[in-house]
Write a protein that binds this ligand. Structure first.
Ligand code: AMP
Length: 249
């Protein structure tokens, strides 16, 4: 069984992002970029399926600028066998990514595609669902566990108030929540090995996909700065402030 994982290069989760002064977007000049954390979990899940003898090959796919190669190298160091970069400088929105992934999937014919449940930069949470719809494949979103059976995947999903277990016919799309695993620490020997693994580069034109954005960002602003708290000297003052100043937001 071949497994594809979708990998997005995003601003590292430790970086405090800033809006550009003109409000046109987020300033990503000179900030550390990393693999979207949910995609690390997806890659770890796929790698474990391979280690358990249930997957024969794991292919990591990323769409975006040339530097996404570095992010693919991290996926190869976790355990993916090869990478595919769909290279474009166009700002990619979830529908464009889903169309590009669909084209790659039609070429590669995997049985399982694992994505993150959301990218931490745009927080769209759309790509997996759009991809399943475009392919007309079954999907299980927000997975906390994935088990492979004979032509099926049994996926535990995190839903409000508990867990739901669904069975899907393969090929299928799964998006991962935080719980399926803790991605392994990428070791130096594995980084060295990853350098030798192949990365194929394709373009949207080769895949016959127009990646142009459909949505226009009108404005990106930073949240209002929170006022500093005050320390009150005693309980009486606290009660007084609660009565006269505190507001329910
Ligand atoms: P989103 O719908 O943007 O929140 O992203 C959900 C998931 O789709 C991510 O966790 C990735 O697995 C995948 N994805 C989004 N954008 C890309 C991209 N440019 N390249 C590869 N995979 C992506």
């Amino acid at each position: 069984m071949k497994v594809i994982t979708a990998i997005k290069r995003v601003v590292d989760y430790n970086v405090k992002v800033r809006a550009k002064a003109d409000g046109s977007g987020v300033d990503i000049g000179n900030v550390k970029m990393s693999m979207n954390p949910f995609d690390e979990i997806a890659t770890e899940a796929a790698t474990r399926l391979k280690e358990a003898g249930q997957a024969t090959e794991v292919v990591a796919v990323s769409c975006g600028v040339a530097q996404s190669q570095e992010t693919l190298r991290t996926a190869l160091a976790i355990g993916a066998d090869r990478g595919i970069l769909v290279e474009t400088a166009v700002e990619l929105q979830p529908l464009a990514v889903a169309k590009l992934l669909k084209a790659v999937i039609e070429k590669e014919q995997p049985q399982l595609v694992i994505l993150g449940k959301q990218a931490i930069d745009d927080d769209a949470g759309q790509t997996g669902q759009l991809l399943a719809a475009l392919l007309d494949w079954p999907q299980a979103t927000f997975a906390s566990a994935i088990e492979i059976g004979d032509g099926t995947a049994t996926v535990t999903r995190e839903v409000d108030g508990g867990l739901e277990v669904v069975s899907l016919r393969l090929p299928a799309i799964v998006t991962t929540d935080l719980r399926p695993n803790e991605p392994r620490y990428v070791t130096l020997p594995n980084i060295m090995k990853a350098k030798k693994k192949p990365i194929e580069t394709l373009t949207p034109e080769q895949l016959d996909v127009d990646p142009a954005p459909r949505l226009k960002t009108l404005k990106v602003v930073e949240p209002p700065v929170r006022k500093a708290g005050v320390i009150v000297p005693d309980v009486a003052t606290l009660l007084e402030k609660l009565k006269t100043e505190a507001k329910v937001i």
